[in-house]
Design a protein around this ligand. Structure first.
Ligand SMILES: Cc1cc2nc3c(=O)[nH]c(=O)nc-3n(C[C@H](O)[C@H](O)[C@H](O)COP(=O)(O)O)c2cc1C
Length: 159
């Protein structure tokens, strides 16, 4: 079982996200998962340009040649994708969001009806089956996670 962990905290392992995440990673390793951890901060990943070349002209391939090429291969090859992020302005961090925006080459441009909902089919080689969210917040109430949870629920259906 391959798990790709993307830590979106700018404080990487020194932050609260990294602290909580380390226990989750330890559990996955104890369960014999093959765990790879990457950090969205510091990667050379340009913002999605919204050109749709990855759907229309170069299917599955972004026209930007940067670190996302390797990240896309890692995502496609993982059984479980773990997104770790502190709550930032009621969502995920910018670097993690930018990375996820760049994940659309894993989808096909055409639409299909899935669970009575219009979605894009995944490409053949994209095999991730589970999405996990690990998060921390500054405020104390659990409802501070609600917008982020809804976002990641949407991702789990669409991505
Ligand atoms: C720019 C910014 C925005 C934040 N927005 C929120 C927020 O909307 N809700 C919240 O509960 N905490 C918010 N926080 C607090 C962080 O979630 C909290 O400090 C968290 O522990 C940071 O994780 P880290 O140590 O991994 O960086 C924000 C922090 C920063 C720096």
């Amino acid at each position: 079982m391959k798990a790709l962990v993307i830590n979106g905290s700018p404080r990487k392992d020194r932050g609260a996200t990294g602290g909580i995440l380390s226990h989750f990673v330890e559990g996955m390793k104890n369960a014999k998962a093959d765990v790879d951890i990457i950090y969205s901060k510091g990667l050379d990943i340009g913002e999605c340009r919204g050109c749709f070349n990855c759907w229309e002209n170069t299917p599955g391939k972004c026209i930007q040649d940067d670190d996302m090429t390797e990240v896309l291969a890692k995502i496609a090859d993982s059984d479980i994708l773990v997104l770790a992020t502190p709550v930032y302005v009621d969502g995920m961090t910018g670097s993690l969001k930018s990375l996820l925006d760049r994940s659309i080459p894993l989808l096909q441009g055409r639409f299909e009806l899935r669970d009575d909902h219009c979605r894009h089919p995944r490409r053949e080689h994209a095999k991730t089956e589970k999405l996990v969210l690990v998060s921390v917040s500054g405020f104390t109430e659990m409802d501070n996670f609600d917008p982020l949870i809804e976002h990641v629920k949407g991702l789990s259906k669409n991505l």
